[in-house]
Design a protein. Structure first.
Length: 276
């Protein structure tokens, strides 16, 4: 199943008055407004949606990163792929700045944690209180409603990246039959880890491909080589995130501690990419 019909778009119109500056909570369902977010610093300038200047000066230029990616397309060795991923991360300003840029995906992960942590009975109760009805409905319909509820309004690029990652994460779970809404035990810590881990994996990969696609990859005329490289990069990213998620994403921690955990998850993932 594809992802195109899973996400129905945010409930709030994005046709906003000129000069409108959204606050941090806008774009999530009203039923989720009371979720504590902990201390997550904002990284986008609300006046123009552009990232603030990196707090760490990049050790690799974008020109070098693009060159590494082009080399990996031409010669798909393990060393070239790892160098391309590492140089991309360094061009972002390293793992510290990459984590700082990931504020939207971290906030969305926090909402996923709020909804899907706890006992199966607790999870179902929280979904009901958020306005999600699942009795007699398909898993696809329920997940589409959850997507619409928690997806950020797509005002900026980071919002689009998070929305797309959210769609793909829920679709992966549906395709792999990882949850049956008729079985209470489906709402487990394993499902929570797949949701948070999947969100981060798709976000990191999509952002890398999007930024690389603006330069090196867009000039590649060998579609098969490009797709094979993308698969290889995705495997590296998936392996890195999957290796970290079980230690950091667990039920039963408070929102502030989880926000610290998800920040650590993002930071460690980018750090391992940087050190490839």
């Amino acid at each position: 199943m594809g992802t195109s019909n899973l996400y129905g778009g945010p409930k709030t119109s994005s046709l906003l008055p000129q000069g409108y500056a959204p606050d941090d909570n806008q774009g999530h369902g009203a039923a989720l407004d009371s979720i504590p977010e902990g201390d997550i610093p904002e990284q986008e300038n609300p006046e123009n949606g552009q990232p603030f200047a990196p707090i760490v000066e990049p050790s690799v230029s974008w020109s070098q990163a693009r060159s590494s990616m082009s080399k990996a397309v031409r010669n798909r060795t393990a060393n070239n792929i790892k160098t391309a991923i590492s140089n991309y991360t360094k061009a972002l300003g390293g793992h510290t700045n990459a984590t700082r840029q990931a504020v939207k995906v971290r906030k969305t992960a926090g909402i996923l944690y709020f909804l899907f942590s706890g006992t199966p009975e607790t999870v179902k109760k929280k979904l009901e209180e958020a306005g999600v009805r699942y009795e007699g409905r398909t898993t696809n319909d329920v997940f589409r409603e959850i997507c619409n509820l928690i997806a950020p309004i797509p005002n900026y690029l980071e919002d689009d990246l998070v929305n797309n990652a959210l769609q793909k994460t829920f679709s992966d779970i549906i395709v792999n039959n990882d949850v049956d809404l008729d079985l209470l035990d489906s709402f487990s810590e394993e499902l929570l880890q797949k949701l948070v881990g999947g969100l981060l994996k798709h976000y990191i990969f999509d952002k890398l491909i999007m930024q690389s696609g603006q330069t090196a990859l867009v000039r590649c005329d060998n579609v098969e080589s490009l797709r094979n490289l993308e698969k290889a990069i995705k495997q590296y990213i998936d392996g890195i995130v999957d290796g970290v998620v079980p230690d950091l994403v667990r039920s039963g921690i408070n929102p502030t501690d989880f926000n610290r955990a998800i920040e650590a998850l993002v930071d460690v993932s980018y750090q391992q990419m940087e050190e490839l």
